[in-house]
Write a protein that binds this ligand. Structure first.
Ligand code: PLP
Length: 437
């Protein structure tokens, strides 16, 4: 006879059935609508972190209708090796309306997670260039499989547990990401130039460009602490890649689909990569990711080199992504993200001044964050305060994220449908949370 399970609290539910390593915030959700979520006790929260996986707000009626309509038509899955649906091609056409040539003439590859699409991007450039080395950044985050982890050297993912070394694959080299607030070199006033010089030195004295299959970059470091590079850096990076004939892979899994106030974050700097990876909010509630690669690169990748996954380009994921992209366009959500993002940045900066906080407000569009330090002079991370403010905000009905190497960066990444009024509500709660902690 099956054991009867009784649980009295959410945290107990978390602990009784779900492995400790699968850490959650302890919030157990019952319902989600628009920019709000509700827990199992009926308490409502303004969710300022949903943008990671949601662009159009929770339970958007058009998305629900599109999914229900597809289910009622009956194709729930086909094996990509025997058949493909029109939807996968329709999705590719739809995504291409947001990018210029040569990507708009490029080809798509599908995946299930950000980690998966990053791994496929790496395979694609390796096979199409016949070169082994991928150059990525210290403190980057590209996902959780061994390939993505190898491109993500951080203290958390690589540095604290001897066992994590076993996920470290050969063929990866790393370089510093330009961080003007916590510079790798000198005083940070030339962080972009210094990091470009590092790459040039790497290519002239450590690894020949003829061995480099690609440079993989997040436009804004995510788990690295919402770090935005100085203007000019990406233009310089693209130039070095072009001059050395090295494909640039843009990891827009988190930053893409409007969250920074542009459809793709690299647009802020007028740069388009040779391989563009999208995920998370692309397909909202369903796990579908994709990349667009320059045609000449994609066409050099032979079918015999492609090890896909049975459900690549599965139909419900494609239906969701097509509808989400159309909603983003029809509701002009990228413009909204840009406008409300400026408001959020202004309100955060005012809050820092009013409360006399030490730290740094930075980001683009709605991907905005506040790094807390103990003093401007030492810049010692104030992780304790950040954690306690996030906890207090939760108690008061606001969900904000915590990121950064030392988890001292409070991050906002709401859905693109967020309003200025929602931002004002969030800041009011945050101010009271700072005062209480
Ligand atoms: C920039 C970036 N790339 C890739 C990934 C991996 O995506 P997923 O969690 O869907 O595997 C993430 C996830 O946080 C991310 O932020």
């Amino acid at each position: 006879m099956a054991a009867k399970v009784t649980r009295s609290s959410a945290s107990e539910l978390d602990r009784s059935n779900i492995a400790r390593a699968f850490a959650t915030s302890g919030l157990v959700l019952k319902r989600a609508q628009g920019v709000y979520v509700e827990d199992e006790k009926g308490k409502k929260y303004l969710d300022m972190t949903a943008g990671g996986t949601t662009a159009v707000g929770y339970s958007h009626p058009r998305l629900t209708k599109a999914l229900v309509s597809q289910v009622s038509r009956g194709i729930d899955h086909i094996d990509r090796q025997t058949m493909i649906t029109e939807k996968a091609s329709e999705l590719t056409d739809e995504l291409k309306t947001f990018v210029p040539n040569p990507l708009a003439k490029g080809k798509a590859v599908f995946g299930h997670s950000g980690s998966d699409i990053i791994e496929k991007a790496i395979r694609l450039v390796r096979f199409s260039t016949s070169r082994p080395v991928i150059v990525s950044y210290y403190s980057a985050h590209h996902g959780a499989n061994a390939t993505a982890l190898s491109a993500s050297p951080t203290l958390k993912e690589m540095g604290t547990n001897a066992l994590s070394r076993f996920f470290n694959l050969p063929g990866f080299m790393h370089m510093p990401f330009p961080d003007s607030y916590r510079p790798w070199f000198a005083d940070g006033s030339k962080a972009g130039d210094d990091c470009l010089a590092f790459l040039e030195r790497l290519l002239s004295s450590v690894v020949s460009p003829r061995l480099v299959a690609g440079v993989l970059v997040e436009p804004i470091l995510s788990l690295g602490g919402n770090v935005v590079p100085p203007d000019g850096y990406f233009q310089g990076l693209a130039k070095i890649c072009r001059e050395n004939d090295i494909p640039l892979i843009g990891d827009e899994v988190l930053t893409g689909i409007g969250k920074t106030g542009r459809m793709f974050a690299l647009e802020h700097w007028g740069v388009w990569p040779d391989v563009l990876c999208a995920g998370k909010a692309l397909s909202g509630p369903l796990p579908l990711t994709m990349l667009l690669a320059r045609e000449d690169l994609a066409d050099k990748w032979e079918p015999r080199d492609y090890v896909g996954i049975s459900k690549d380009a599965y139909i419900l994921g494609c239906v969701a992504a097509v509808e989400i992209l159309r909603i983003v366009r029809d509701e002009r959500l990228v413009d909204n993200a840009s406008r409300v993002g400026s408001h959020l940045e202004g309100r955060l900066k005012d809050m820092v001044d009013d409360l006399g906080l030490d730290g740094d407000v930075r980001g683009k569009g709605l991907m905005m964050a506040l790094e807390l330090v103990e003093s401007e002079k030492t810049k010692a991370p104030d992780s304790l305060r950040a954690r306690s403010v996030v906890r207090e905000a939760r108690r008061r009905g606001l969900v904000v994220g915590l990121t950064g190497t030392w988890e001292n960066v409070i991050r906002f990444l709401p859905s693109l449908t967020i309003s200025e009024r929602n931002v004002d509500d969030a800041i009011d709660i945050l101010v009271r949370s700072f005062e209480a902690s």
